[in-house]
Design a protein around this ligand. Sequence first.
Ligand code: SF4
Length: 279
Amino acid sequence: MEKQPIKFWDRHQDGEEAEKNWDKNSDSLKAFHKLRPFKKLPKNEPGIRKSTKKNLRWKALKYLLINDEKKVFPKYFLKKPIAYSVSMTASYLKKNPYERDDDFFLYGIKNVTEFEHLLQEENSILAIGFSYCHKPFECPSGRFTDQCIHDDKSPICGQCFIGKCMHAMPENKTVPIVIPTVHDIGEKMFELSDQNPGKEILFMITACELTLKMFADWGNMIKIRGIGVRLGGQICNTMPAFVASESGIKPGMTVVLDKTQTRMMELISMRRSAENKAP
Ligand code: SF4
């Protein structure tokens, strides 16, 4: 990531005032610098097409292993082969390896309240990740990259939800990630888990429903707990669309729905308050 600007939230008395000013600024930017809008999928379009749902976990396993160019999986798996085999088998034996609360997919937690408690844990690292496909088309850092300058003076970043989250999240023990591919996020999560022994790795990551279902078992394997946030807009709901998106071919744009943005901001705000209280 490039040099980080001072966060918008750090320039305000409190989170409420910061968010109000961010939204006000974002609304006024919309008036003179319109971003290319995202197209909604047809109303009855499912999160995952019926034919794609078939043997999805097997397809996920095959896809991850065949396309693991950097050999991320063997590199980390072989460090704890027995522990990972046990937790992965336990996950595969479950019909649903996650719980669901509207757009939130819950991994290793029963409900959002449990996650809220975990956010207060001093001994935790929180990864907040964003799929590249909901960056604006005009993103100054480029779309298919892991970069995000989140320059709040930019009329594009000032209207971007990723920018808003970047400026709201605390510096300490909270790791922002922009995700070009599933292998990148897998590598990052393995890395965090490996580099922080004894710490609880938590996550909140945006992705299409297809990705959230395909890769649930892998998250359970490394025993990280958190929330996958389902995206709307022009999502990938078939394997060919997913595979194309993984190589940067994503003509459409996804979006975190408004009500879900509010829920994410609440959780980020809780994490910030917990960090501010920390000694
Ligand atoms: S804040 Fe949004 S528009 Fe700005 S660099 Fe980051 S992703 Fe791109």
